[in-house]
Design a protein around this ligand. Structure first.
Ligand code: NAI
Length: 385
């Protein structure tokens, strides 16, 4: 199978590397020659490091580089069997490009998008034969993160879906099927990790460092929410939240935060601007958390039950299977445990009690427990027996 990758930025370059490492001939196209040059220089560096660490041989490294043909011409996709698009996140540009891709490629070529926030159906609508559209959503960095969300649109044929899933499985990735709904699984279920942390800060319960400490030290997460938002960039993370909020018809559960908006407006974007919630200037000292176990436990539990509720509601609405939802969070964003399995361990009645306490205290729809959680507690059932 010959693979085409459109867009050689952060995601496209990484996906091209994965395909080439798995023995495919790859055509990597970008409008901008400088981006292509940067992608190939970067690949040389990455492969060099793998050779040094004896993960691959020099010969294999040559083979991988040799598998990738860079180009600024869409026409070079003419013999490809699967194209994965990873260009700018803009529906008008994407639909225009997909219509062109359909003209250039053969009739059985699968046309996939790596979009994070647009619907696959809306991209597929640009095609004369929309049965060949599918979402193939990688995580950053694509060569390292095992998860890939596979998203059939309402128009996608069974054959397209099967072929797409089979090829990504053959790349030794963990694939999960998910519904074509905002944020798919990961970017939907993860919202409270940021949103509830910001809310806790805004209420004055604790500062950034203490909330991060609670989530890493007590919760076992690799990174605290504020450290992570500083990595992602407050501009990007805020935009994703705003997009998901609007896409869910302004469900208050996904409401963005003024704190994050002001940080983004101020240019406190995070690591990339030298300052976010924390100061990354040379010599700056990171603030110390208040290491209060009781406070930390309260913070961790509030955030984690909100995450569990989101995962349970995603299952309630059939966004993915219970296995898919748990795999998505452990393999896409490195959560220490699947949220449904974790909820079983914590006791579903305890999770429900904590959510109800929040709901009663605040009277906000944001804290409403999923109907599935209520039903399961009533029936005394668990997710994984
Ligand atoms: P990026 O900005 O790093 O790269 C986009 C590339 O597309 C640029 O090199 C640009 O020159 C090129 N491009 C733009 N319009 C083009 C066109 N018409 N024809 C050919 N090339 C064109 O963007 P990034 O971060 O790689 O994102 C790409 C896509 O992947 C977006 O849809 C984004 O939502 C999605 N995504 C991003 C993730 C991330 O963490 N950055 C994670 C998963 C998905």
């Amino acid at each position: 199978m010959k693979i085409g990758i459109l867009g050689a930025g952060t995601m496209g370059a990484g996906i091209a590397q994965v395909a080439a490492q798995n023995g495919h001939k790859v055509v990597l196209v970008d409008l901008n020659q400088a981006v292509l040059d940067k992608a190939s220089a970067n690949l040389v560096k990455v492969l060099g490091r793998l050779v040094e660490k004896e993960k691959i041989t020099e010969e294999k490294s040559q083979e991988i580089s040799g598998n990738i043909q860079s180009s600024t011409e869409l026409n070079d996709f003419s013999t490809c069997d699967l194209i994965i698009e990873a260009i700018v996140e803009n529906i008008d540009i994407k639909t225009k490009v997909f219509a062109q891709l359909e003209e250039i490629t053969h009739k059985d070529c699968i046309l996939a998008s790596n979009t994070s926030s647009l619907s696959i159906a809306s991209i597929g609508a640009a095609l004369k034969d929309p049965s060949k559209i599918v979402g193939i959503h990688f995580f950053n960095p694509a060569p390292l993160m095992p998860l890939v969300e596979i998203i059939p649109a309402v128009q996608t044929s069974d054959e397209t879906l099967k072929k797409a899933k089979d090829v990504i499985d053959s790349w030794k990735k963990v694939t999960v099927l998910c519904k074509d709904t905002p944020g798919f699984i990961v970017n939907r279920v993860a919202r409270p990790f940021y949103g509830e942390a910001l809310r806790i800060y805004e209420e004055g319960v604790a500062d950034f460092a203490t909330i991060d400490w609670a989530m890493t030290e007590l919760g076992g997460f690799r990174m605290g929410p504020f450290t992570l938002m500083d990595y992602i960039g407050n501009d990007i993370n805020y935009t994703v939240t705003e997009t998901v909020f609007a896409a869910f018809y302004y469900d208050p559960r996904y409401r963005p935060s003024f704190t994050q908006k002001r940080h983004a407006e101020a240019g406190y974007l995070g690591r990339k601007s030298g300052r976010g919630y924390y100061n990354y200037a040379e010599g700056a000292v990171l603030p110390e958390p208040t290491r209060d176990e009781a406070l930390g436990q309260q913070i961790f539990e509030r955030i984690v039950v909100m995450l569990m509720n989101e995962a349970i509601d995603a299952l309630f609405l059939n966004i993915g299977t219970k296995e898919a939802i748990d795999l998505a969070m452990t393999k896409g964003v490195n959560y220490p445990k699947g949220l449904l399995e974790w909820a079983d361990e914590m006791g579903l009645e305890n999770v429900l009690a904590k959510l109800e306490a929040l709901f009663n205290e605040y009277g906000e729809d944001r804290y409403r427990p999923s109907p599935l959680l209520r039903r399961m507690v009533r029936e005394g059932s668990i997710f994984f027996s």
